[in-house]
Design a protein around this ligand. Structure first.
Ligand SMILES: Cc1cc2nc3c(=O)[nH]c(=O)nc-3n(C[C@H](O)[C@H](O)[C@H](O)COP(=O)(O)OP(=O)(O)OC[C@H]3O[C@@H](n4cnc5c(N)ncnc54)[C@H](O)[C@@H]3O)c2cc1C
Length: 390
């Protein structure tokens, strides 16, 4: 049976849902999203949800900054709840990164981002319980925080449905049909959805799916662990979010009494995104706990609450691929967001809808995210060795 759709989005993570919404918002009447499992069941449902602007490259800084405005006004702009919570965000430089750190903050400021290098005494007022004796430079973003990645994906999906899009769960796309150099349909087993536009937003499954269609991109699924520690709330009732390059750890408050902690350099390659250990390892818990306690000494007295692992989709330069595929009209790729894609997702949807409907992304120059950069050897090398703060 052939079903017609103006566009098909493959993958129901936060990227696919944001793209679907933006296509529907721009007037695409019968866009369809296919999800092999459930919405948010890939990287999105495991995301730490940090929303901050500190990047070493302009394309991400601008995407994060414009996305922040959408997170802050989500109900008004999109409709529904994304769970954005403003906590303020501190970024701590390492000894070797001071020069890059200063120039990155200057770049962010020139892009209009509200961030500044602050003194240790100002940082101590913002975070009285933090140890700051080892900090060569500290940046502060007063309006950053975190949001709920599953809720964001669900809200985009709900709004897209209200605007006429449809979503098919537990429906893996099995292939893309191409004829005469143009996309003609998406296969779901024996069924075909006839369409002239397909967006591949398949997260950690992307390498395998794209290879099936002769597209060989250096994408890798990598496993990352996160723990939640119950902090001593009488002594540490609250704290801002933070990215700590010196200790290779990131953190944020979660709910009333938990602190979520992840890391910037411990990862493990995963062959099959269906099969990976979901629970954290003892060695990870010990290592990351000792790292957070170096920045927030009171966390030594915290209690372990829970932990889990999720998958990043990494590229050699930790930048995603957002591009149309040369030689296949109507095929678009949106993947490879490593451990920092959630905060970009509102603008990713806008930009991909521009690629599909206008032929080019115009809101922000995303040419550095083109897929050909790997073959050209023009990688966007991050300033820090921190997988998340690229
Ligand atoms: C532990 C962890 C912590 C993170 N922390 C942060 C953070 O603090 N801040 C931040 O900004 N980012 C963070 N990230 C990154 C962020 O979560 C991801 O970049 C983002 O969720 C990627 O979304 P996605 O839609 O590209 O991928 P996914 O969420 O993986 O979605 C892809 C979807 O495609 C589906 N799919 C695959 N193949 C097919 C097929 N053939 N047919 C149909 N469907 C298919 C999958 O089932 C999946 O649901 C974190 C990620 C992890 C894992």
């Amino acid at each position: 049976m052939a079903i017609n759709a103006e566009a098909v989005v493959i993958g129901g993570g936060v990227m696919g849902c944001s793209i679907l919404y933006n296509l529907a918002f721009r007037g695409v009447k019968n866009a369809v999203l296919l999800e092999r499992e459930l919405l948010g069941s890939g990287s999105t449902g495991r995301s730490s949800g940090a929303v901050r602007m500190h990047y070493s490259n302009e394309v991400h800084a601008r995407m994060a900054w414009q996305s922040l405005r959408i997170f802050q006004n989500f109900d008004e702009i999109v409709g529904g709840e994304c769970g954005f919570t403003e906590t303020g965000y501190l970024v701590f430089s390492g000894e070797d990164d001071v020069e890059a750190f200063h120039s990155n903050v200057a770049m962010q400021q020139s892009a209009g981002i509200q961030t500044s290098i602050i003194s240790r005494s100002d940082a101590q007022e913002i975070a009285p319980q933090f140890y700051l004796g080892d900090c060569p430079a500290i940046a502060y973003e007063p309006h950053s925080g975190h949001a709920d990645s599953s809720a964001t994906a669900a809200a985009y999906a709900t709004r897209a449905r209200q605007l006429g899009a449809s979503i098919r769960l537990q429906t893996p796309a099995t292939g893309i049909e191409v004829s005469g150099g143009k996309v003609t349909g998406i296969k779901i087993g024996e069924e075909v959805i006839e369409t002239s536009a397909a967006v591949v937003a398949t997260g950690p499954w992307s390498r395998r799916f794209l290879l099936q269609h002769g597209i060989d991109l250096p994408l890798e699924a990598t496993r990352h662990e996160v723990i939640h520690l119950k902090r001593p709330v009488d002594l540490l009732p609250r704290h801002p979010g933070g990215g700590d390059i010196a200790n290779m750890v990131y953190f944020r408050p979660e709910g009333a009494d938990l602190t979520l902690v992840g890391n910037g350099n411990i990862e493990q390659s995963v062959d099959d995104p269906e099969v990976f250990a979901q629970r954290p390892t003892q060695s990870f818990i010990q290592e990351v706990w000792s790292r957070i306690a170096r920045r927030i000494p009171l966390m030594e007295n915290a209690e372990f609450s829970t932990g889990y692992a999720g998958l990043y989709t990494t590229t050699p330069d930790s930048h995603p691929v957002i591009d149309k595929v040369d030689g296949v009209e109507g095929l678009y790729i949106c993947t490879g967001f490593s451990g920092h894609g959630f905060k970009l997702s509102p603008m990713v949807g806008v930009l991909v809808s521009e690629l599909v409907l206008d032929g080019n992304a115009t809101s922000i120059d995303i040419s550095t995210l083109r897929m050909s950069r790997f073959k050209e050897g023009k990688l966007n090398m991050p300033a820090y060795g921190f997988r998340v703060l690229v």
